[in-house]
Design a protein around this ligand. Structure first.
Ligand SMILES: [Zn+2]
Length: 498
């Protein structure tokens, strides 16, 4: 006799159903498992016997073979325990479980069903594939906000599976929502109207930005306020973001429901694995945790060159491919990059009497700024110390007003690119630039002059055009004017040598 139960396996963000079959034969009692299991999944074999007997069931004194199919799919994680136990129990008990059920959960030796990592993508896929009941650990119940609650059966103990009375379906679940924890408002920032405009521009067209300036000029303050002026996440984006956090969370106390755009600010000493992702469990890194939000790299030049090189590919593909010894995973990483750097090694270049760097130091330092990653950054601006006379002038706009403007400009872009597979100015591909960035005669002449004088590459020219497109959108102009080209070209401080 063969009892079976269904669970799912996850590789990166992709999940597929796995059928667990338990075959019981006469012979020397013991359990053997087959089907490409990772070490932690294989260890379930040791947990199953005590978990079943300590839950009040008789454990069959037989030779048990448990097979996971399809065998070629790698199976990582500890959520297979519950499906294994159910497949064994189905050989001898008449379990009152709907036919189309799916099981996720790790078992303790006492039979408790314990929290598992990355449940959200698994459960969402099971729900999409039409499973009627999704059995999950009680501790994971906060994660499954987006799935109809009547589909979910949170279980605390293995015995809950057959004792119907103790299986309760929670209709009202309290979520550890992290909304409204934005760090502040743009109206709090003093004397930095120009800088604030650049941040507004970056979020309107989703242009990556590098801010070069002395410490204390509000770079970090502005960057941390960006999630407050960007459009709210769409329901699909909310699910995508939460799936990544579900996979990355360390314990049930870390699981939370995120509804704001993420803001990640990793330290420059962070390892490649922490930033890009990977490790034995192939977990997402900071770049994926910033998906649909902001990745802020302060002290940009302190990051290891390998990391910057990897980020260059990520910016192009908007996802990261992690290939490890035990498999390969793809995680999304579509974020707005804001990088900040000092203008010289000491940080106070051109600030009277403070900078002690020699011209040679500064030139060498600037050369480091022109790395392959900055080549992908649309806006490159220099900001100065706040002048005393402007110290008491607050920003003209509040975050709420800026958000309205950004939403208006994004909607305009979405309409313009209705028939395209992109929807933001920063994503206009090279072959469509001329179509979507028409120029006036004067603008064309000026662009030609700039290209000749500054020896701009075609890529540099395209960046100016994409930025000018967003600047023209601010003024509600369909054809890009000379002033937009001039302004956009001024935001390329690194293309111009000292
Ligand atoms: Zn200096």
């Amino acid at each position: 006799m063969v009892g079976s139960a269904v669970t799912f396996a996850r590789i990166g963000m992709t999940c597929e159903p796995i059928v667990v079959e338990a075959d019981l034969k006469r012979g020397l009692p013991g359990i053997s498992v087959t089907g490409m299991l990772s070490q932690e999944a294989k260890e379930a074999r040791e947990r199953i016997t005590p978990a079943i007997t300590n839950s009040g069931f008789d454990f069959p004194a037989k030779k048990i073979t448990i097979n996971f199919s399809p065998a070629e799919t790698p199976k990582m994680g500890t959520h297979y325990d519950l499906a294994m136990a159910v497949s064994i129990l189905r050989n001898q008990e008449d379990l009152n479980i709907p036919e189309k059920s799916v099981f996720f959960g790790e078992l303790s030796l006492g039979g408790d069903v314990k929290w598992v990592r990355g449940l959200l993508p698994l459960a969402v896929e099971a729900w999409k594939q039409g499973y009627e009941k999704i059995y999950i650990p009680y501790e994971n119940r906060h994660e499954l906000f987006c799935i109809p609650q009547d589909k979910i059966v949170p279980v605390r103990h293995l015995s809950d599976i057959i004792e119907e009375t103790s299986v309760e379906v929670e209709n009202k679940v309290e979520f550890n929502e992290t909304k409204n924890v934005l760090p502040g408002d743009f109206s709090d920032i003093k004397g930095q109207d120009n800088l604030i405009f650049y941040f507004l521009l970056a979020s309107a067209g989703n242009h990556h930005m590098l801010v070069v300036g002395p410490p204390g000029t509000g770079k970090t303050m502005c960057a941390s306020r960006l999630p407050g002026i960007m459009p709210d996440l769409t329901p699909e984006e909310v699910i995508a973001v939460n799936m990544i956090y579900s996979i990355a969370s360390q314990s049930s106390s870390h699981s939370q429901w995120i509804s704001n755009r993420p803001f990640r600010s990793p330290h420059s000493n962070s390892s490649m694995r922490a930033l890009i992702g990977g490790g034995p469990k192939i977990l997402p890194g900071e770049i994926s945790l910033a998906h649909k939000g902001i990745l802020f790299l302060d002290e940009f030049l302190e990051f290891h060159s390998d990391v910057l090189q990897a980020l260059r590919t990520v910016l192009e593909r908007k996802e990261v491919f992690l290939s490890m010894r035990n498999g390969a995973s793809v995680y999304p990483a579509d974020f707005l990059l804001i990088a900040a750097a000092n203008p010289c090694p000491c940080g106070y270049y051109e600030t009277d009497g403070i900078c002690r760097c020699t011209m040679h130091d500064v030139v060498r330092y600037r050369r480091k700024l022109q790395n392959p990653l900055t080549d992908r950054i649309d806006i490159q601006i220099q900001t100065d110390c706040v002048k005393y006379r402007t110290l008491n002038t607050y920003s003209k706009y509040s975050s709420a007003e800026m958000k309205l403007l950004v939403e208006h400009l994004r909607k305009k872009q979405a309409i313009r690119y209705t028939n395209e597979n992109f929807y933001l100015n920063s994503d206009i591909p090279a072959d469509k630039i001329r179509q979507y960035c028409p120029l006036t005669f004067e603008a064309e002449k000026l662009l030609e002059k700039i290209m000749d004088e500054q020896i701009l590459s075609a890529r540099g020219c395209h960046k100016i055009l994409r930025l000018a497109r967003t600047l023209a959108d601010f003024k509600d102009e369909e054809v890009i004017s000379e002033s937009n080209i001039r302004r956009a070209s001024q935001m390329r401080c690194l293309d111009i040598s000292l």
